[in-house]
Design a protein around this ligand. Structure first.
Ligand SMILES: [Fe+2]
Length: 480
């Protein structure tokens, strides 16, 4: 990492190699952030390598291959929680999707569509970016689900490349499911989840460099950016990154260059093979509304969004009441580097700024922790990353050998990765947050947020809303 010149703060820049085709990079991590990371994160990694390598190796020897995943379990895995972010309604299907699944959509094949039901796809075609190699097999896939009136999902068909499989296809169907699960795992961890990590780096850097630390905005944002620049630098540009094959904890198929291409997709979007845009993967824009996720996970995050927005409005009303050149310039810079962020002419619209900041806060605190909490409990043997089996084919229906579909080494690397990078390790909790605001009104608002978060957790408990991460497990920022 380059040393920051004296007197200059961190600043976004075009991403190395990708320029405007990937989330802007922040390559100068401030010393205090790096020291915090070394102490709180780097040391943990070293301890885990020292103490977890042998037990994990023994576990991998005792647990070869993958485990059976029947159709009902496949739906449980992909249609709730972190994987349900891929669910895309038929209104966003593109002509290539209609061409793949036409026989199922019109009822010629499969269960057809009854009253109140709808079609959904989970699109794992960005796996095109990491093609099969001599080590392991990969494939782009699209899964077709039917969602019933009761909002439960039914697995209908899976397209792997341009062949479409269903439960009548025996062993080819089994293979198709594991390739879809592979796509879900790889693309969740390299594309969907990283959307929560990297886009807000620009606002982090600009806030550190352009706003006085004593300003309300800076006091509001800094706790939500603790450690993030160092965590993100280590993932994208660090010499020991999990994206680099060959490390004890490197679980992915393909090369680091291919992994970087997948990560870049979160920013530039993705196209179908015919060059038309794939509307399941639009280019990145900061969303001003709660995330749209077609499962109870979306409802859970929506509850947190409402609570956080109520608090953020109080902060932005004060900012709107006291305009300053520093805030105007800060907003202009943020808008330049983060599409959808209000610029200097919009920043004193308290509601607009509140929604923009709430989206960032929800992403880096609640959604980020919830994603890790969920993925930390994923069974690696149900959602494999590296596969050693033939691609499914309509001509071949023998059942694959589940024990040899992934190697012990694959399971070892993946479990090490889960322990070190996917499981959450909270350093500072959202529930304890103290912004250090100057005014009594905002100090009251800060106390009110802590109370509201506890009340929200109780409400979710009492109404039996699924809780994807307990309040105690929500970090205030990207800390892992
Ligand atoms: Fe993360």
């Amino acid at each position: 990492m380059a040393k920051q010149p004296e007197g200059f703060g961190p600043w976004p820049q075009p991403a190395p190699r990708f320029f405007e085709d990937a989330a802007p990079a922040v390559l100068h991590v401030p010393d205090d952030v790096q020291k915090d990371w070394n102490k709180k994160v780097g040391r943990r990694y070293i301890k885990q390598i020292l103490f977890k390598t042998i037990p994990t190796w023994l576990w991998s020897r005792r647990n070869p291959g993958v485990v059976p995943v029947d159709d009902a379990r496949f739906c449980e895995i992909l249609c709730d929680g972190i994987f349900s972010k891929f669910l895309t309604p038929q209104s966003l299907f593109d002509p290539p999707d209609d061409a793949l699944f036409g026989d199922y959509l019109d009822g010629t094949k499969g269960p057809g569509l009854g009253d109140g039901a709808g079609w959904f796809k989970s699109d794992f075609t960005p796996m095109r970016l990491v093609p099969s190699d001599s080590d392991s097999a990969t494939a782009p896939s699209v899964v077709l689900f039917k969602r019933g009136q009761d909002l439960s999902y039914e697995l209908v068909a899976i397209a792997v490349h341009d062949q479409v499989f269903d439960s009548s296809h025996g062993g080819a169907w089994t293979r198709a499911k594991y390739f879809a699960l592979q796509g879900a795992g790889v693309l969740t961890t390299l594309l969907m989840h990283p959307k929560l990590h990297f886009p807000s780096n620009s606002v982090d850097a600009i806030t550190r460099s352009r706003l006085p630390a004593s300003s309300t905005l800076s006091k509001f944002l800094r706790p939500h950016f603790r450690l993030a620049l160092a965590v993100n630098y280590a993932v994208l540009y660090g010499s020991q990154t999990v994206l680099k094959p060959g490390r004890l904890y490197s679980p992915y198929p393909g090369t680091q260059k291919e992994h970087d291409e997948i990560v870049a997709t979160l920013w530039r979007g993705f196209k179908h093979p015919d060059g038309t845009p794939n509307r399941a993967f639009p280019p990145y824009t900061l969303q001003l509304d709660p995330p749209v996720i077609h499962s109870p996970y979306g409802d859970f995050l929506g509850h947190y969004h409402r609570t956080l927005l109520g608090f953020t409005r109080k902060v932005t009303e004060e900012i709107a009441a006291t305009p300053s050149d520093a805030v105007s310039h800060w907003a202009d810079y943020c808008a330049r580097w983060l599409p959808g962020f209000p610029d200097g002419s919009q920043v004193y619209d308290a509601e607009l700024l509140a929604r923009a900041l709430t989206s960032i806060l929800l992403d880096v605190a609640v959604s980020h922790s919830a994603d890790h909490f969920i993925y930390g409990n994923v069974n690696e043997r149900e959602v494999p990353f590296r596969l050693h089996t033939e691609l499914p084919s309509l001509d071949r229906q023998d059942e694959p050998n589940l024990e040899t579909m992934v190697t012990s080494g694959d399971n070892f690397n993946y479990r090490m990765c889960t322990l070190m990078f996917f499981r959450p390790y909270v350093i500072e909790r959202l529930a304890d947050i103290d912004y250090g605001f100057d005014t009594p009104q905002l100090r009251d608002a800060n106390a009110g947020l802590r109370t509201d978060l506890i009340a929200l957790q109780s409400m979710l408990d009492s109404q039996r809303v699924p809780i994807y991460v307990p309040l105690d497990g929500i970090a205030s920022s990207v800390q892992f």
